[in-house]
Design a protein around this ligand. Structure first.
Ligand code: FAD
Length: 340
């Protein structure tokens, strides 16, 4: 028999919006548990761009994504949330007594709560993998889908594949530390911010970056975990091998709701339909906030998600305490409350 955790609210997803939801739930004196399939909190900020500066968080003219996550964790800390990391929420259903929601994770953890905040971002997000035979053997050693630390690439020969903003930005950035940066793209034209593309071409002209276009990825060379080369082919199928230690394919994020699509919630494409007044989904007590929420005019921005977390936490109070409305107070009046 699995241990059943009973709490006021379960937050699915520990991205920036899920983390702020912990705080907002706490301000409403609601306890919560948080589940994320990744091993570390922070969602896209941690997994995809921890060292990039964000410029549109209110009152932070500039904040590194990783630092934003650290601040959100610190802000949530007084409410002692329970994290269940490295596990995916697979099932969401009513409890036998129909008095709460029951969530079951891939690790067999069972959580029960009257309110659920789905802050699952792009869902079971993962990188689009290039279809190269045997690529799994190099993932984490020679093939990386995001840059956690720029320093990891110092003095290494790096092949970057892709033609969008990520590929161009990282080519510019890594050219400052890597021994060599080669950019493989199947077209001569890059689809990224014009300033960045201009800088890329300038660096290519000065020899600081090699542009390998129009070419596509064809295969990998090396022994098991150690990559030694990346095979590329032109449009006529002529191949050449680029000697390299690392390959960084930037082919975008696969957005796939994963198990969430099977929970019977009203959906719009890859998002969950939410009531813009409360963020409640088609299921009473289940809220959708952050990138996963859809309503007319929705902006997929962190700051919008923060506001949705506040609205959903207020509405969740009425779900946890039926018939009671949350008395609205400013944090300057209440301070950070201690949970009952
Ligand atoms: P996410 O950050 O996507 O987090 C969702 C979490 O839910 C993930 O950790 C995922 O593992 C987890 N999850 C999903 N399904 C399950 C499940 N079934 N069980 C358990 N866990 C699950 N936004 C800005 O406002 N300003 C910017 O400057 C900016 N720059 C960006 C730059 C880049 C390169 C990228 C990729 C995005 C940028 N964004 C920016 C967008 C911003 O990162 C997203 O809007 C934000 O991360 C959304 O937060 P979230 O918490 O809703 O979802």
């Amino acid at each position: 028999e699995p241990v059943v955790h009973r709490t006021d609210a379960v937050v699915i997803g520990a991205g920036p919006v899920g983390l702020f939801a912990i705080f907002q739930l706490g301000m409403a004196r609601l306890r919560c548990h948080v589940v994320d399939v990744l091993d570390t909190p922070g969602g896209q900020c941690t997994a995809l761009y921890p060292e990039k500066p964000i410029y549109d968080i209110p009152a932070y003219p500039k904040v590194l994504a990783g630092d934003l996550v650290d601040h959100l964790l610190e802000q949530a800390k007084p409410f002692t949330p329970h994290f269940h990391l490295g596990q995916q929420v697979e099932r969401l259903e009513r409890t036998d007594g129909d008095d709460a929601w029951r969530l079951t994770t891939s690790a067999g953890t069972v959580l029960e709560a009257p309110a659920v905040m789905i802050a699952a971002g792009a869902g079971a997000f993962g990188p689009n993998r290039p279809p190269l035979p045997g690529i799994e053997a190099y993932e984490g050693t020679g093939v990386f889908y995001f840059v956690a630390k720029r320093e990891d690439f110092r003095d290494r020969r790096v092949v970057i594949a892709g033609g969008g903003d990520s590929a161009v930005d990282w080519a510019l950035s890594l050219s400052e530390v890597a021994a060599r940066v080669m950019v493989v793209h199947r077209r001569a034209k890059f689809r990224a911010a014009p300033d960045s593309v201009a800088r890329l071409h300038a660096l290519a002209e000065s020899g600081a970056i090699d542009l390998v276009t129009p070419y596509q990825l064809k295969g990998l060379e090396g022994d098991g975990p150690h990559l030694s080369g990346v095979v590329v082919a032109d449009l006529d199928g002529n191949t050449r091998t680029l000697e390299a230690d690392c390959l960084l394919p930037f082919f975008g994020l696969a957005t796939n709701l994963g198990p969430i699509a099977t929970w019977g919630l009203a959906l719009e494409r890859h998002q969950i339909t939410a009531d813009p007044a409360t963020c409640q989904t088609s299921a009473p007590g289940v809220f959708a906030i952050g990138d996963i929420a859809s309503y007319p005019g929705k902006l997929k921005l962190i700051l919008t998600g923060f506001s949705e977390a506040a609205m959903a936490a207020h509405a969740a109070y009425g779900v946890v305490h039926p018939g009671e409305a949350l008395h609205f107070e400013h944090s300057t009046t209440t301070g950070v409350p201690t949970l009952p």
